[in-house]
Design a protein around this ligand. Sequence first.
Ligand code: UFG
Length: 333
Amino acid sequence: MSKAFSVLVTGGAGYIGSHSVLALLDAGWDVVVLDNLVTGFSWAIDDRASFVEGSVEDMALTARIIADHNIGAILHFAGSVVVPESVTDPLKYYRNNTAASRALIESAVVGGVRHFIFSSTAATYGEPEAIPVQESAPTVPINPYGRSKLMTEQMLQDISAAHPMNHAALRYFNVAGADPEGRSGQSTDGATHLIKVAVEAATGKRDHVAIFGTDFDTADGTGVRDYIHVSDLAAAHVAALDKLVEDPARSYILNCGYGRGFSVSEVLDAVDRITNAPIERRIEGRRAGDPAALVADNSAILDTLRWTPQRDDIDLIVADAMAWERKLAEKRT
Ligand code: UFG
């Protein structure tokens, strides 16, 4: 059955965006991707989607796409995502994440777009007082990245109150893994995320993995995070879109995680299990600004959306990340 409108996906050539494009297409949506290809890859965009190369800041362009393609919903992934860089270059983050989002939301309101889904982050919480963290916990981000995203959430709340556009702000925890069918994965160079770094070490792209701190107040002393498989996260976006369409008067802020934490050592154990060849671990000092533990209370998303995680298993996440990394390694040779 064909849908009443098409969906615009900004950042659809990026890691989470490209997986969400696959999930939307697989669910029968018509998709238009807008991406400036600064960090994304055109090959990551499925052929079934239309592609426009350009910036979300270009309001003439976004107005035209919205009108020409009968866009009824926007999934907004485009933005900058490197926390330490946000500290040294905050203007980049307030431009790419906050100002660009404002421009896109204005085009959406003027163009009559009814639904907006925003890539937010657990970084909006800063260092939460209680774990697992609920959506109602105080939002006190500790870096410009988190603040740049929180400001967009706040804009969306005001705009949904003033205009007929509802929204979902999805607060991602630690996203990892790759499409189980091998259609996309995390492909940017210079990775800093633990699972990506570990699978790069396992394929010989690095010679070791650093453990940033063994003196945290956690069971084994290493940092604990809630790792969510990127395909489950992509499915959550499709479910959120269904919900926004079903109940156009309501908007949502939802944590996206499995509600369960794994320590750095446990993640590296999983990588060793999958590859059957231990990677070298080197203990280093804590990285600035790393909280000891960050785990989602995911009861809101489970209660609100028709969403059941399919790949809530650290070995599966690592195995999918590993399979993608092997593909990338083949491409390089
Ligand atoms: N870690 C290591 N070695 C590495 C990389 C990471 O020990 O080489 C540790 C970190 O110290 C941390 C855990 O692994 O304990 C996870 O670190 P990541 O860099 O993979 O992810 P973060 O938790 O730092 O970052 C994630 C998101 C950010 C978001 C942040 C919110 O990727 O976008 O959570 O706190 F801002």
